[in-house]
Design a binder for this molecule. Structure first.
Ligand SMILES: Cc1cc2nc3c(=O)[nH]c(=O)nc-3n(C[C@H](O)[C@H](O)[C@H](O)COP(=O)(O)O)c2cc1C
Ligand code: SF4
Length: 431
């Protein structure tokens, strides 16, 4: 089981994500007060408060949550949906499952607040097929909320009706992409659609749909309770609030940590993760999951903030941080990621399908000492073509770890080619 760690001291004043597994427990700590408060006011007040708070999506793209809600609200179509994206397919990420298993009602309250804001009567939680325990917990929690009059018709007697249903995902990484997710919910192949139109304009069954990540929605109750200005006291002006970080790899204390935006990646590793195991040193850190980048230790003083990370080409993504000590092979790590994406690519477009196949072949040959620097140049060319020409976010981001590793760890690629060059020279001499 994942254990959430946060530091409730004067520097790290955090507690957005706590453990309230039952409705009674959640309500005794102020749960559902935000919904009661919001329903006494106009729905646009929720959107205004989230905009003041500066809440941005935690599913990867970091889009403004208030703006997305406003786009749904502006739509003239009255039938609207909200979907909680609980696909959590990014390797090394285990935050959404924590929220669902340890504080399901905070997520449900967040969904109700979002539904109230955009005028949706129906919501879905798209939970990945590999999370049966989370599906059970959410099903029971929905039933408990319904029994308490917190979901269903005329919630808390305020005239607002909203209900939630679980949708079990199809076990595909690509179905986490919002338009592929919509197709899969509509009973079609889970493949991405052309954007625009965006789901806010034409979503589930052609209706305006708000799609948000679990962590994004679970942030909402506290913001509505305490206000947007309070939220801005956490984090930084560019990136207010906190972020759940799934820390894994060669650190002493792997786990899920709630950290304020604005601390450095080095602090995350040293102060939360307890540093590197057995006194070894850091060789590289993968930030943002399989679709994220691989950076050397000197980049770790970058602060966890959307703006500073963007400037340095670092993708915060889902908040996965995987630490590699000096014994790890960068090539083996990147090969693993390329194989993952090759498996998950839907094959619809050539740059992604063929680019990944070629990249996988070349890295395999590099690892076997059977590739030259010409192959490495081709590897870079194919990967850049895939980043630029792929149809959806999977193909556009699949090469991030590869390109960053070529930038920072080119010597490992060159060293692998030396083996091949020596082998060729030996062959020439014996011929
Ligand atoms: C290949 C791919 C996989 C994705 N997987 C997830 C996922 O598992 N969970 C998630 O919340 N967002 C995922 N996203 C991002 C969603 O498309 C979408 O941006 C997000 O759910 C919006 O929620 P937010 O605004 O709260 O971040 C994925 C995107 C891509 C391109
Ligand atoms: S980029 Fe890859 S996953 Fe996306 S549509 Fe093209 S082939 Fe499919």
């Amino acid at each position: 089981m994942t254990v959430l760690h946060n530091k409730n001291d004067s520097i790290f004043r955090l507690s957005l994500f706590q453990e309230f597994p039952t409705l009674m427990h959640y309500q005794s700590f102020g749960g559902y007060e935000a919904l009661g408060k919001a329903m006494n006011e106009c729905p646009t007040k929720v959107i205004d408060t989230l905009t003041t708070a500066g809440l941005r999506g935690r599913g990867g793209a970091a889009f403004s949550t208030g703006l997305k809600m406003q786009m749904v609200l502006n739509n003239t179509e009255q039938e609207r949906y909200i979907i909680c994206n609980a696909d959590e397919g990014e390797p090394g990420t285990f935050k959404d499952r924590f929220i669902m298993t340890h504080n399901p009602f905070q997520l449900l309250e967040g969904m109700s607040l979002a539904a109230y804001a955009v005028g949706a009567a129906k919501g879905f939680i798209y939970i990945r097929h590999e999370y049966p325990e989370e599906q059970d917990i959410m099903r029971h929690s929905i039933a408990a909320a319904r029994a308490a009059g917190l979901l269903g018709e005329n919630i808390l007697g305020k005239g607002f009706s909203f209900d939630v249903e679980i949708f079990s995902g199809a076990g595909s990484y690509l179905c986490g992409e919002e338009t592929a997710l919509l197709s899969s919910m509509e009973g079609k192949k889970g493949r991405p659609r052309v954007k625009p139109p965006y789901p806010t304009q034409c979503g589930l069954w052609g209706k305006p749909t708000l799609i948000n990540n679990v962590e994004t929605l679970a942030n909402i109750p506290m913001i509505i309770s305490r206000g947007g200005d309070w939220y801005r006291t956490l984090g930084t002006p560019d990136s207010p609030g906190t972020k759940l970080i799934s820390l894994s790899g060669d650190v002493v204390e792997r786990g899920l940590y709630e950290v304020p935006f604005g601390i450095t990646f080095r602090q995350i590793i040293d102060e939360y993760g307890g540093g590197i195991k057995d006194g070894r040193s850091i060789k590289a850190v993968n930030i943002g999951g399989a679709s994220g980048v691989v950076v050397p230790p000197w980049e770790l003083d970058c602060t966890l903030e959307y703006h500073s990370c963007n400037e340095r080409g670092i993708t915060i993504g889902s908040g996965a941080v995987f630490v590699m000590d000096e014994r790890r092979s960068i090539l083996a790590n990147v090969h693993n990621r390329v194989e993952f994406f090759l498996h998950e690519s839907c094959g619809k477009c050539t740059p992604c399908r063929e680019g990944l196949r070629q990249a996988g072949r070349i890295i395999h040959n590099l690892l076997a000492g059977k590739a030259s620097m010409d192959d490495v140049e081709n590897l870079e060319r194919y990967t850049r073509a895939m980043q630029n020409a792929a149809f959806c976010g999977l193909g556009q981001a699949a090469g991030n770890s590869l390109i960053s590793s070529l930038h920072y760890f080119r010597s490992e690629y060159e060293a692998a080619c030396v083996v091949y060059d020596q082998h060729c020279k030996r062959e020439e001499i014996t011929a």
